[in-house]
Design a protein around this ligand. Structure first.
Ligand SMILES: Nc1ncnc2c1ncn2[C@@H]1O[C@H](COP(=O)(O)OP(=O)(O)OP(=O)(O)O)[C@@H](O)[C@H]1O
Ligand SMILES: [Mg+2]
Length: 380
């Protein structure tokens, strides 16, 4: 059996389920040097998708002499840290494009003359350390030099920037966004993928006409993986684990409890796939109850920090999803006036706490939050 079928961290290779259309779209954008913004709620699979494309799809595609790398901006908190993260990514790519050699060093000094390039090696492999002074100009220049290097070396490059929304929270965000944009818009060989999970911040960064990234990227929004894609995937994983398939009820129960939320499918199946015998619906129920118990304190404290009107909306939605959040029936259930309900719903949508299901009804995005709140609501 392979436990890694349902990892709790990034899924790639045989643990990666579907997303075929978006993978093809990303690959095509990379081929055309079209910058992409990939957005989705937390734990829907953004990082996994990008890694799958970079590690598996690109090497199997007609793209030749292509180099890719992902950087993560989660910890970025000021200009210096953003510069450091971006230049480390550029340095990693430079070290791969031009492996260490005397003549390569001369070339590198030409490309990154003002940045004192030096070859180094770390556990992830070769890297070029770049140490310019801290400035917005260094970010633009580093990215433009990477593009120039790619042109002259006859290669193409993908640079993925994960958790890109963090930049919007930094004091100098407008200037930093402009510095990155300046390189992105002139890029001929470097394709950019920006990913992020805070819809509110991403909308401000990418949909606001006064911001540098307005109109720069093709936006792709990641939805949940559909039931019909998960069914064969889980059945194959069962077959590989136990040499048998699990029965239809058990599979239905997994899909129904997790609502096909990728993280919760993995959290639940990760535990189930440790069972020595093919699991039954009763095992699914008990493992789900375990997860609920584990998460219940976190969920309660998260919900406790929300405004009272937002709590009223999510408690009502945990009991029953509803398509019309300003309709009479829902307002009665939430015990709210139409205006405060509308305001609360807007904040909950933008924080990705509620989402619209395929049938049009609004529901809680986190299936465990739904269980915890609907269980509690029976006590009121
Ligand atoms: N296509 C997929 N197939 C199988 N599992 C997946 C897939 N996408 C994501 N997962 C699983 O879902 C969980 C979340 O994935 P991932 O970390 O890629 O999401 P994310 O959107 O980047 O999350 P975060 O918002 O925390 O950065 C992980 O357990 C991962 O293994
Ligand atoms: Mg991620």
């Amino acid at each position: 059996m392979d436990k890694a079928y349902f990892p709790l961290t990034v899924a790639t290779g045989h643990s990666f389920c579907n997303r075929e259309n978006i993978r093809a779209q990303l690959l095509s954008n990379i081929g055309q040097v079209q910058p992409t913004l990939l957005s989705a709620p937390r734990r829907y699979g953004k990082t996994s998708l990008v890694e799958q494309v970079l590690q598996y799809d690109i090497p199997r595609s007609p793209l030749k002499n292509h180099f890719s790398h992902s950087i993560e901006l989660l910890m970025a908190h000021d200009l210096e840290s953003v510069q450091h993260i971006i230049l480390s990514g550029i340095g990693r790519l430079a070290g791969n494009i031009l492996p260490f050699h005397k003549s390569a060093m001369i070339k590198l000094q030409g490309y990154f003359s003002a940045m004192r390039p030096e070859y180094t090696m770390d556990i992830k492999g070769p890297r070029v350390a770049l140490s310019p002074k801290v400035s917005l100009q260094s970010i633009t220049e580093g990215l433009m030099r990477l593009d120039q290097m790619a042109q002259q070396e006859g290669v193409t490059v993908t640079l993925a920037m994960d958790e890109f929304q963090q930049i919007a929270t930094i004091r100098q965000h407008a200037e930093i966004e402009a510095a990155i944009r300046a390189a992105v818009q002139h890029s001929t060989r470097v394709s950019y993928i920006f990913t992020g999970s805070n819809r509110h911040l991403l909308d401000i960064m990418f949909e606001n006409a006064s911001r540098p990234f307005f109109g720069q990227c093709e936006r792709i929004t990641l939805e949940r993986i559909s039931e019909d894609k998960y069914r064969p995937f889980i059945l194959t994983a069962a077959n590989n684990r136990w040499g048998k398939q699990i029965d239809g009820d058990t599979l239905d129960r997994i899909l129904q409890l997790t609502r096909c939320h990728p993280y919760y499918i993995n959290a639940l199946c990760h535990r189930l796939w440790r069972h020595p015998e093919p699991v039954l619906a009763v095992d699914v129920a008990s493992e789900w109850a375990y997860l609920t118990h584990q998460e219940s304190d976190n969920i309660s404290s998260h919900v406790g920090r929300l405004a009272a009107s937002q709590r009223a909306v999510i408690i009502a939605l945990a009991v029953a999803p509803d398509a019309n959040l300003t309709g009479k029936k829902f307002l009665q259930r939430a015990r709210l006036a139409a205006s405060s309900c509308a305001q609360a719903a807007k904040a909950l949508k933008s924080a990705d706490i509620i989402y619209q299901q395929k049938d049009g009804a609004w529901a809680l995005l986190d299936p465990l939050m739904e269980v915890v709140l609907s269980d509690n609501s029976t006590q009121w």
